[in-house]
Design a protein around this ligand. Structure first.
Ligand SMILES: [Fe+2]
Ligand SMILES: [Fe+2]
Length: 249
């Protein structure tokens, strides 16, 4: 069995936010080129305003990884704004199973129609989608490495940004975790190795021990704000060590 060896996780690129963010995207792309990376997972907020031209710029910057099928991207709440480029991602599905030798990525769209308004940035997850994710995970051969990629955080994360504190004060759930996030994690226990997400721009990691296999939840934070991405190393279909940060500054 051929397993992937190196998997990179980026998130919240926000192309269209500023020239600085675009420059950071180029630096990240250059750093990805320096490593032998089998798969690149980008967990949403690809664009700042959900515009077609912003998405085209993202596709240009990361063209070499998109054209050879190495890059997998899921939509974030910002991708629902403007031209709603989110509708063109994951072929319009809520859950997409993407298979490679020794690896299955379950790409999940946690955005909703409320995300057409920028102040309503929180995610959406319902029991039907959780059941679909669970059934896809159950269909994967147990020796394969399984990643669930989604934008919004399934577990509570402290408020770090001023805007998040203001939003919470006004009872806007922008910084709130997915309503059924804990249920999702419970269902994936023993069937999944990594949950990768973004949305909150500061990175975080949580490790959940289960009897069958450990489940790790990683928030990449905003890669273009932090100027770094995580690199996971696998050996024979299992994580061989803790991931490392690769800086592009
Ligand atoms: Fe974001
Ligand atoms: Fe977001």
């Amino acid at each position: 069995m051929a397993y992937p060896q190196f998997i990179a996780h980026l998130s919240d690129i926000h192309i269209g936010h500023s020239h600085a963010r675009l420059q950071a995207a180029f630096l990240l792309r250059n750093q990805l080129r320096q490593h032998k990376i089998d798969r690149i997972v980008v967990t949403g907020d690809i664009t700042e305003h959900g515009r077609t031209d912003e998405y085209a710029t993202f596709q240009d910057v990361f063209a070499e990884f998109i054209s050879d099928g190495r890059l997998i991207a899921v939509p974030g709440n910002h991708d629902r704004l403007g031209d709603n480029i989110a509708q063109h991602m994951l072929q319009g599905k809520r859950v997409q199973k993407i298979e490679y030798p020794g690896l299955c990525v379950i790409a999940v769209d946690t955005t909703g129609s409320h995300n057409r308004f920028s102040f309503l940035g929180h995610g959406a997850l319902n029991t039907e989608v959780i059941d679909e994710i669970e059934s896809v995970a159950a269909s994967v051969a147990p020796e394969n490495f399984v990643i669930v990629a989604l934008h919004h955080h399934p577990l509570q994360q402290p408020e770090e940004m001023f805007i998040e504190k203001v939003a919470t004060f006004f009872k806007t759930p922008i910084a709130k975790e997915l309503q059924l996030g804990k249920e999702l994690i419970q269902k994936l226990g023993g069937r999944c190795d990594l949950i990768l997400h973004g949305h909150r721009h500061f990175s975080l990691e949580t490790h959940i021990a289960t009897v069958a296999r450990a489940l790790h939840v990683y928030n990449a934070g905003s890669s273009t704000e932090l100027f770094k991405f995580r690199l996971f190393t696998l050996d024979g279909g299992k994580l061989s060590s803790d991931p490392v940060w690769i800086s592009c500054k």
